[in-house]
Design a protein around this ligand. Sequence first.
Ligand code: NAG
Ligand code: NAG
Ligand code: NAG
Ligand code: NAG
Ligand code: NAG
Length: 787
Amino acid sequence: MGLQGFIFSFLSLALLVSGQYDGSRYAWYTSAATDFNSALPVGNGRLGGLMYCTPTERVSLNENSIWSGPFLNRLNPNAKSVLTEVRSMLESGNITGAGQVALPNMAGNPNSPQHYTPLGQLNLDFGHSSQGSLNRWLDTYQGNSGCSYIYNGVNYTREIIANYPTGVLAMRLQASQAGQLNIKISLSRLQNVISNTASTSGGANSIVMKGNSGGSNPYFAAEAQVIASGGSVSASGSTLSVSGATTVDIFFDAEASYRYSTEAAAETELTRKLSSATSQGYQALRTAAIADNTALVGRVSLNLGSSSGSAANQPTDKRLSNYKSNPGNDVQLVTLMYNMGRHLLVASSRDTGPLSLPANLQGIWNEDFNPAWGSKYTININLEMNYWHAETTNLAETTKPFWDLLAVAKTRGELAASSMYGCSGFVLHHNIDCWGDPAPVDYGTPYTIWPLGGVWLSTHLMEHYRFTGNKTFLQETAWPILQSAADFCFCYTFLWNGYYTTGPSLSPENSFIVPSNESKAGNAEGIDISPTMDNSLLYQLFSDVIEACQILGLTSSECSNAKNYLSKIKPPQTGSYGQILEWRQEYGETEPGMRHLSPLFGLYPGSQMTPTVSSSLASAAGILLDHRIKYGSGDTGWSRAWVIACYARLFNGNSAWNSVQTYLQTFPLTNLFNSNNGPPMQIDGNFGFTAGVTELFLQSHANLVHILPALPSSVPTGSVTGLVARGGFKVDIHWSNGVLGSATITSNLGSTLALRVANGSSFQVNGQTYSGAIGTKAGGVYNVILQ
Ligand SMILES: *[C@@H]1O[C@H](CO)[C@@H](O)[C@H](O)[C@H]1NC(C)=O
Ligand SMILES: *[C@@H]1O[C@H](CO)[C@@H](O)[C@H](O)[C@H]1NC(C)=O
Ligand SMILES: *[C@@H]1O[C@H](CO)[C@@H](O)[C@H](O)[C@H]1NC(C)=O
Ligand SMILES: *[C@@H]1O[C@H](CO)[C@@H](O)[C@H](O)[C@H]1NC(C)=O
Ligand SMILES: *[C@@H]1O[C@H](CO)[C@@H](O)[C@H](O)[C@H]1NC(C)=O
């Protein structure tokens, strides 16, 4: 080969290597992970694994029910006795005094519930001192991750899969030359290990590690089984040593006492899953894992066009840094991040049987025994945001764990409602743990005493019905919870100036300046009555109850009460410059760029303030949103994701797109985990990003399927297929030159289809000019083109 030929084939090889990863689908890197935020996450909804691909591998392991301890009854016994006093102090303007009485008497004791903890790690010591030509990838479509590198002329590969059907993690380690794999394998955990033993007895190579939370509960048992082909395996202490192997497969499971009444029962399940896994073998498990994952993830495909030149062919860390200065070059990074949001949900939230657990503040991945915010379920935005894209992007099954935890929390919350407020029904405050702990959390007036956490969660039940039309779900799962949420609100709210009002409450997590005619003038306080968000949540809950009653033909007292109460919920108010007011009066702001958009609940995820419902409220919502942005809101990943959705709901695609770009320039960590502009990771923003981007192309609140409601001018041509609209419609959309090419709508349920295209364009459905809502047939297909 001449020099020219050599250079040519070198170049084409380089292109091939960089071109082998579809930049919309793969996160990939040319170096090993340096920390948690660059390791790559897989999961089967219960078990999570993060692979580093370092010479001495440490796969970080999680099981979603391993928390720091048992249920704690933290209810403050004084709460009920101060309720009336605190309310009247707030009514008469003694705001500071109300906080001083409320906090010590109503906050939970201790202040925090339990927190999420790591299971441990799988250590693989290969004895390698360097890694040449390293490649490391996560496939957001298949849900698996792997890497390869050269050491001493041998190509070593690692792959990890998370298998949902069988419920295990599995790894395959290989050497390109026979007999070159020598690995010391162990499980470890930094705290509370009861036993950790490796064994080769009976021909099964296994490491079993048992642990707990320091007390007996939660207890867990974890096991790795190792099958080495070629070579031998020996056990010493807690380590298995493989020598001279070519391929090594590792099968892993952990089971914990959260779901089993005895240790023996948990261990029986562990044995059952692992023997099923090892008898299937790695290849069969891998095939099943990928088939299962792609059956969910593959339902939606987003195409926003190609990045310029080779922008999308760079390793992901390089793309993230290039994007900071050149966002216009790499539109496929938007698509990759969108796909990541769906991968992470499928990996961290599946129906794993009774007592499934939803994605927490870090999804399922955590290696810290004292994680940020406890890696719990924060329910004044974060857990809700985790599921914003579940229905719209066709992953409705992933909500099952949400309902399971909500049912657990309802039972706890009924005791809290009666103890703290003397009410029936259930109450939750701004956080819960895996036990559904309903007591107020932390100790501060802007966040602790917020009694509408359960109401917000409950609104998701009706949304699930709207997307799926599942009446069994509405009757059996949703109704008991909606009923209990409503019962609490009927009892808890009090009439103030003619409206049913909450309080002591707050507007998550904001504070205001106490005005001159109230006490203590000039103080920053968070406690009040009748914040706008509470009114919007009550409006939504009572509307949902009325709708459920109608659909199910119910006549229970909640149905008529909801109507009575709904007529006395204070509508959103506007302030001096036309903005939606956050509070019952226009207080001075402590933080004009506040990251929580609580008063805009009615814009997104609610619909009360959207343009087709109320153009005046929509315009007031837009004024508040612009004001917030002007002063720096959108300064955490999840806040910026909410901003994207809000601008989309205002049909302002270009402002939404600016926030999409700002989001990607600011918040993704190396492995694409969302952050608050640097670690720690917080997964809500990953999910909110996908939800917000979806709202650009399809909206369906307010009984209207709206195609291309907020198309940004930066993406004039593209397509998205497989989205779901309320009413049970699957929607595929193609657009070019900034206008609809065609949309194909499949009716899953035979619901009535009211349509809008872009900004009120005229269009045809199946060749007929659209003039009003269409009665559809289940299975019917409706083609939409511009007139
Ligand atoms: C203080 O003044 C505001 C604005 O006039 C008013 O809305 C509020 O009710 C007053 N507070 C009390 C306790 O009277
Ligand atoms: C407000 O309440 C506090 C606490 O009870 C009390 O000490 C204070 O005197 C009250 N202030 C006013 C202006 O009523
Ligand atoms: C090592 O093997 C993997 C898997 O076959 C392959 O993708 C990778 O390109 C190989 N690495 C090198 C440097 O050849
Ligand atoms: C409807 O909901 C019920 C109860 O939640 C569930 O068992 C069933 O699988 C759901 N049906 C479908 C088609 O998803
Ligand atoms: C949408 O249509 C309305 C009424 O025709 C018009 O006032 C408005 O400017 C349009 N908005 C956009 C974003 O094109």
